[in-house]
Unconditional design. Structure first.
Length: 529
């Protein structure tokens, strides 16, 4: 028994467990495909059908395979958080970007594209789901609501897992769950679709903040700002393009369910790219795994060295979070809630409101499309000002743009339709620009702000707050309590204004500075810029 335990926790045993678990998940999904293909003559509609034995076995393989693969991702025995001693650790932050940095950025951009694609797909399957299951519009709205609940839970849970088991492990675990949730495409009942939507949301909600965390802890300080915002922006835009492209190419031939089955190959892509996803060297150092950290840093052209502490000095220890961290947490939480209310509330309520004001459905859609086109360069502008001007200032600036958009909406609601407000294009464009800009910099800024030992949890908390704002908005819609647009704009203006003030008071400038220089880390890991 002891020999088996020793093999199980060895590198070979862990690798076998990981790849064996991934294979079991893939086979489990594959066992759901025959029944789907058998429904080709019925336009791939499976509502009301009974799961066959193969599908039941497949579900067991997915659950078991995920657990086994998760075991294979666990850190080695004896992993511990480093304690104070007479040395500190320096990592070189002045290195140039090399091929490993670029490969990591491309891989995490792909991960964020896959991550964004999952919830974006909901908008393209909703009509097919409603038609096949014969459900009401209120029931249809449960799909995005349950998915949002999943993202909130996933952001919180994955943050805890990332701080305990590592950034790389949690990203790969999310990819495995992506693969498993592909069976949503074969679920014969609407309730099972809701269950799988929750699981999909949990994995998607967990991956995004941890990807930012890993990138922040790996990219050199002088390149970190633009890299974070650019990778996030590519992921956001690419995810929506991938979802819309897959919808236009595949739904007409295979029905709406095929978009869920894409979770298998897209999740598998992330698994096979795992060679380009290292563990965070800062996480490894924190947990006493210095030799592994040296090996990772060598790949990225950096070094690690011990420095003797001077007389009277002592390494910082983990004695709770500084007061300033609680302040910035409050600021970023309110910012996330405000963004969620705009993105999942006001912007979704706009089309119906425009039609109520006399615009046709086509004109309303055109106005929003034109406004979105105006907002397309937002990510590039946000990356530029975030990396060249100020990280803190970039977030405040985007909040101010959002506030201007809300002011424009309020002016329209009071009957002002002259000059720049002759049409709703400008206020809608300002709202879209502001919302895109806020989310483009919010999670990167969070990853740069929190102490290393709680960075996963901090980033996850902020990500969950952004989705919680959406939950509030969607909950109001489900309860048929969505306020008039003018009232909603007034209500949302309060947290937007509060978040700008709070970020101004509690936010830290992180541009071009090593993470420890923000005063947030408070531990033995130091960096030299």
């Amino acid at each position: 028994m002891s020999a088996f335990r020793a093999f199980a926790v060895s590198n070979l045993g862990k690798n076998l467990a990981f790849w064996g678990g991934c294979a079991a998940v893939a086979v489990g999904v594959g066992l759901h495909i025959p029944m789907f293909l058998a429904c080709a003559s019925m336009n791939y509609e499976m509502a009301g059908m009974q799961m066959d034995l193969g599908m039941q076995i497949g579900m067991g393989l997915i659950i078991g395979g995920t657990l086994v693969a998760g075991f294979g991702l666990l850190p080695p025995p004896g992993d511990h958080v480093a304690k104070g001693h007479d040395l500190v650790v320096e990592t070189d932050e002045a290195v140039k970007l090399n091929r490993e940095h670029i490969a990591l950025m491309i891989t995490l951009a792909i991960a964020l594209i896959v991550d964004t694609m999952k919830p974006a797909t909901l908008g393209f399957v909703a009509q097919g789901v409603t038609k096949e299951y014969g459900i009401t519009k209120a029931a249809e709205a449960m799909l995005p609501f349950v998915a949002l609940v999943g993202t909130v839970v996933g952001s919180l849970v994955w943050g805890v897992l990332a701080d305990r088991y590592g950034r790389r492990a949690t990203i790969l675990l999310a990819a495995i769950m992506f693969m498993g949730t592909a069976i949503c495409g074969a679920m014969p009942s609407f309730v099972w679709n809701l269950v799988m939507c929750f699981m999909m949301g949990a994995s998607a909600g967990g991956l995004m903040p941890i990807a930012y965390t890993l990138l922040a802890e790996t990219i050199p300080a002088r390149h970190r700002g633009w890299a974070l915002v650019l990778v996030g922006g590519v992921g956001l835009v690419g995810g929506y393009l991938a979802a819309s492209g897959a919808s236009s190419l595949l739904i007409g031939h295979f029905g709406w369910r095929i978009l869920w089955f894409l979770n298998l190959p897209t999740g598998a892509i992330l698994i096979f790219l795992k060679r380009f996803v290292p563990e965070s060297p800062k996480f490894l150092i924190l947990h006493g795994r210095r030799e592994e950290a040296r090996a990772v840093l060598a790949r990225f052209g950096s070094t690690l060295r011990d420095v003797v502490i001077g007389a009277g000095a002592a390494p910082a220890r983990h004695q709770g979070l500084p007061l300033g961290v609680w302040g910035v947490t409050c600021a970023l939480t309110v910012t996330g809630l405000a963004w969620g209310l705009i993105n999942f509330g006001l912007l979704l309520w706009l089309p119906a409101d425009l039609q109520a004001k006399g615009y046709s459905a086509a004109v309303a859609s055109h106005l929003i499309a034109v406004s979105s086109f105006i907002a397309l360069p937002t990510v590039g502008v946000a990356a530029l000002i975030y990396s060249r001007w100020s990280t803190k200032g970039a977030l405040i600036a985007m909040l101010i743009v959002s506030a201007l958009g809300l002011a424009g909406i309020l002016r329209l609601e009071t009957g002002a339709h002259t000059g720049l407000f002759a049409t709703p294009v400008l206020p809608i464009a300002l709202l879209i620009v502001g919302a895109n800009g806020v989310i483009a910099v919010l999670l990167p800024y969070s990853a740069e702000t929190y102490p290393l030992h709680v960075r996963g949890r901090g980033s996850g908390w902020v990500a969950s707050a952004s989705k919680a704002g959406g939950l509030i908005a969607q909950g109001l819609s489900l309860a048929a309590l969505a306020p008039p647009l003018g009232v909603a704009a007034w209500m949302i203006a309060a947290p937007v204004a509060a978040s700008a003030v709070l970020v101004g008071v509690f936010g830290r400038e992180t541009r071009g500075r090593a993470l420890a220089d923000t005063g947030a880390d408070g531990l033995e890991v130091l960096e030299t810029a």
